[in-house]
Design a binder for this molecule. Structure first.
Ligand SMILES: O=C(CO)[C@@H](O)[C@H](O)COP(=O)(O)O
Length: 233
């Protein structure tokens, strides 16, 4: 891509990622400054992520932070005077290891965090999970924040897995998507599933869905549901 095209692509992802942070608030997936969204800049070795610890109300395209796939801030770019998200190394690791991933999201949404605190995967007992995740939502290993440990846990759990969400043990959900919006959708649907299955289990035994039905539901939802122009994985 020529320089103008790269600049335009970066500006588009900055605007998209800044706007998508508002969706985490709208769906009640974060409190205070918890959580983060990033988006890969297509056709480049860059991604955009939020600044660490900045209030959601104050996030704008210009204070998003442009990073290399090594997780380094690109100096002299808008927002580069601030520190990037605490999870930048994790997001960068996912982008390096999973080239099909265009967006990464992390939240502390309550019901998903409760499953993560127990280190228990969410069983696929509702058709909405079969549609969206094609099976259970798995648990990833306990990993401390700050280096690529969390990223390694995300990749080792989700590589080859249908789910776009992973519950990092004792921490919370991380999701991936073909775009940042797709990853935000996975975070919204992960919390919805975590809540519904939690409530069901409180009232009694949940009923597994036969694998062939899960497969059929997943295939229909991924390939038929919605409009033909919708993003497809
Ligand atoms: O999980 C943690 C802290 O334990 C972080 O992911 C926060 O939830 C968001 O941190 P920033 O993106 O604002 O640095």
């Amino acid at each position: 891509m020529n320089d103008n095209a790269v600049e335009a692509a970066i500006a588009a992802v900055r605007a998209d990622v800044a706007l998508l942070h508002g969706e985490l608030v709208r769906y009640g997936l974060v409190v205070w400054t918890g959580g983060n969204v990033s988006g890969r800049v297509p056709g480049t070795d860059y991604f955009v992520i939020k600044p660490s610890g900045v209030a959601y109300d104050d996030l704008t395209p210009d204070n998003m932070i442009l990073c290399t796939l090594d997780g380094e801030v690109v100096p002299g770019t808008p927002g580069s005077e601030r520190s990037p998200s605490s999870d930048t190394a994790a997001h960068a690791y996912v982008y390096r290891e999973m080239p099909e991933v265009g967006g990464v999201v992390h939240t502390h949404s309550s019901y998903a965090v409760a499953w993560a605190a127990r280190g228990e995967e969410i069983p696929c007992v509702i058709t909405g999970m079969a549609d969206e995740f094609g099976g259970p939502i798995p648990v990833g290993p306990f990993a401390v924040i700050g280096d690529d440990s969390i990223g390694r846990g995300i990749v080792e759990t989700l590589r080859g897995h249908r789910s776009r969400a992973v519950l990092m043990r004792n921490h919370g959900p991380f999701t991936i998507g073909v775009t940042a919006k797709d990853a935000v959708k996975a975070a919204v649907m992960c919390e919805d599933a975590a809540r519904s299955v939690h409530l069901a289990r409180q009232a009694g035994e949940v009923i597994p869905i036969p694998q062939e039905k899960i497969d059929a539901l997943y295939a229909r939802y991924q390939n038929v549901y919605g409009q033909q122009e919708d993003e497809r994985r």
